[in-house]
Design a protein around this ligand. Sequence first.
Ligand code: K2U
Ligand code: ZN
Length: 170
Amino acid sequence: MARLTILRYPDPRLHKIAAPVAAVDDKIRRLADDMVETMMAADGVGLAATQVDVHLRLIVMDASETRDHPIVLINPEIIARSEEMRVAEEGCLSVPQIYDQVERHARVTVRALDRAGETFEMEAEGLAAICVQHEMDHLVGKVFVEYLSSLKRDRIRTKMLKKTREEQRG
Ligand code: K2U
Ligand code: ZN
């Protein structure tokens, strides 16, 4: 297992569109395992392959209370969305220490392939529903700050660039 580097906003690679996974093989399973380790180490609830600069339709998440039930979703697609919407606070491992309100569907149903390449469906609500929608956005190159005002987004962009420069100076 390995911890992977998480791209930081506004890295342009975060806006690349992920391609479908052609075959669920050992290479994909290893990537999923590395993503789970990376997500756990960063105290994340989810992580999309886009965030580790792999542009494939693969997300991992663990919205369980005890954070010991990671789920791998390969080629995920949302097949049902509630009419009910909900506003909740979101953050992003690619936009550290930034949190803001985003409106999402309260419940979604996702169809995906698991680590064995078997199709499964998952009904998500609460934190899991927010996480799935947040991660699916990553796979089409969308970061949650794009739901915020341009003023907020520009401030976040400036703050992230400053933080990255300071870290590179050491
Ligand atoms: O994709 C990511 O960057 C991981 C996010 C996913 C996520 C965002 C909002 C709500 C649920 C999951 C991280 O888990 S950020 C940590 C976090 C978790 C819950 C609420 C806010 C921030
Ligand atoms: Zn994110």
